[in-house]
Ligand binder design. Structure first.
Ligand SMILES: Cc1cc2nc3c(=O)[nH]c(=O)nc-3n(C[C@H](O)[C@H](O)[C@H](O)COP(=O)(O)O)c2cc1C
Length: 482
């Protein structure tokens, strides 16, 4: 905590929230957190959610040129007060990337540079976890000709700018070798001094594809069918990492709120659906606790749900974006009305109800709740347990930290009510990804992020830089007309 002296609002005077946090709220948000299995102490309750940087080489390389961009970026984020820093997703196989410019860690070729990345964050007293991932079927068509997945089920219902090739089913031997890749990547990151890793088991990537009965229809081996079998890919990765790293190397898992159970045709996403998903999600969380996983980060959505805004909380069982904020535009008023129509959709944090329910089943493993936080009061409130056994232990922030890397410090100074308002964009979360990407690139170039007025410019800048989506669009057009 840096005192209670109001500081001038940064970037814009227009912020979410109407009151600065109370002293009691500040005490909660600044309280250190000890992780149960590794014993690591996180200095406060702010977690920077994983944000794909798109700053590595076009084949996933992490050379000096790339490191020179990661250092200022992570220096800005860590200096901004975040206690637990999750990196953007790091690929375990450079031939299978989610985005063109993802970092890939397959072996120790970049060890020295990875060490510098870790130290950049740790010198500010923050802990750094690499989020490690394999995209499975969710890899862009121009990147991967032949994607792999638990079952040969193509991605459907995705954003018009995206294009994915249909996947083929993995053999059991290939599954074992991907598990070995996750383990190897973790071992290298441990050697590089990272505090831990977070397994990306959310947002429709490979681990999530195994968990989800809609994408895993395997019947012929032990990686499909029962929940225990669908979770085996994940649990064997955790067990493998535990075998090659010491107890102090921490493991977290990002889980989706909607990967469990079978979503009913036309289901409204109300309490009943929560119940359908819940039992399985709780069982997986309990399995992970049994394996010594320090935290579970709760999120939601996948590329398939971009089209319905699921990653933005629309249509999910337990939340609605900005439902508790003092929004004024017509669209926002309509959103509030819709939210109010369901007793389950009242929270600023999209996945709060789901996270709370999972937390009640866990005795030791901590819960990070990510998605939708914009006001300091909602962040603090989420840390207050209202039901017996409920615990949200950290708040995860994504888009807000692309606008203001020092939002945690600003909040802890007692000077601000919340994040700078983000104007609504026609494409919702999809547009935000570009806008955030542009600001990430600015910070990597030692410039301040640009708030509202520069959003379009920032967005174009990002398109021009990575060209990922331009290539995706060209591929898509070719597919349509071939
Ligand atoms: C530019 C951008 C990149 C992202 N990259 C990742 C990623 O690499 N891994 C991941 O799990 N989530 C990723 N996300 C999702 C965020 O971690 C987070 O779950 C989401 O933005 C919701 O949190 P928020 O409402 O605080 O932004 C990304 C989001 C954005 C905007």
């Amino acid at each position: 905590m840096t005192g209670n002296t109001p500081a001038p609002a940064k970037l814009s005077k227009s912020r979410f929230g109407s009151t600065v946090p109370s002293q009691a709220d500040l005490a909660l948000l600044s309280q250190p957190l000890t992780l149960p299995f590794s014993g690591k102490v996180i200095k406060n309750r702010f977690c920077k959610a994983a944000l794909s940087e798109s700053l590595a080489g076009a084949q996933g390389q992490f050379d000096k040129d790339h490191l020179d961009r990661f250092v200022p970026l992570y220096d800005a984020w860590a200096a901004g007060g975040t206690g637990l820093m999750l990196t953007g997703n790091v690929m375990v196989d450079r031939t299978m990337r989610e985005m063109e410019h993802n970092v890939s860690v397959e072996d120790s070729r970049d060890l020295g540079r990875l060490k510098v990345w870790a130290q950049t964050v740790q010198k500010h007293g923050a802990a750094i976890y690499a989020q490690i991932s394999h995209p499975g079927r969710q890899t862009h068509g121009h990147l991967t000709e032949n994607p792999v997945a638990p079952s040969a089920i193509p991605v459907s219902n995705f954003h018009p700018l995206m294009s994915f090739n249909p996947p083929r089913e993995l053999t059991t031997e290939e599954i074992h070798s991907i598990i070995a890749r996750f383990v190897k990547t973790s071992e290298v990151l441990y050697e590089a001094g990272f505090d831990g890793i977070e397994l990306h088991a959310a947002h429709g990537y490979l681990i999530s594809q195994f968990l989800n009965p809609r994408t895993n229809e395997r019947t012929h081996d032990q990686y499909g069918g029962s929940l225990e079998n669908r979770a085996r890919f994940l649990t064997e990765i955790v067990e493998g990492i535990k075998k090659v790293t010491p107890k102090e190397f921490s493991i977290g898992v990002k889980l989706n709120s909607v990967d469990f159970g079978r979503r009913r045709q036309g289901g409204a996403g109300g309490e009943e659906e929560v119940d359908e998903h819940l039992e399985e999600a709780v069982q997986v969380a309990v399995m992970l606790e049994g394996l010594g996983v320090d935290f579970i980060e709760i999120s939601g959505g996948s590329y398939e749900s971009f089209a319905t805004g699921l990653l933005d909380g629309n249509g999910v069982p337990d939340g609605s974006p900005n439902a508790t904020t003092t929004t004024t535009t017509a669209g926002e008023k309509k959103a509030k009305k819709t939210a109010a129509s369901s007793s389950t959709q009242k929270r600023e944090a999209h996945f709060a109800v789901f996270a709370e329910r999972i937390s009640r089943a866990l005795k030791s493993t901590k819960i990070i709740l990510t998605g939708g936080f914009v006001t300091a009061s909602a962040m603090a409130d989420s840390l207050k347990s209202t039901n017996s056994g409920t615990h949200i232990d950290m708040v995860g922030l994504g888009r807000t930290l692309c606008q203001e890397p020092d939002l945690p410090n600003l909040i802890l100074s007692g000077a601000v009510t919340g994040a700078v308002r983000m104007p609504k964009t026609p494409g919702g979360f999809f547009d935000d990804v570009f806008i955030c990407g542009g600001n990430i690139r600015r910070m990597a170039n030692r410039k301040s992020p640009v708030a509202s007025l520069g959003r379009l410019a920032v967005s174009c800048d990002h398109y021009a830089y990575s060209m990922d989506y331009a290539k995706v669009a060209v591929h898509k057009v070719k597919t349509i007309f071939s």
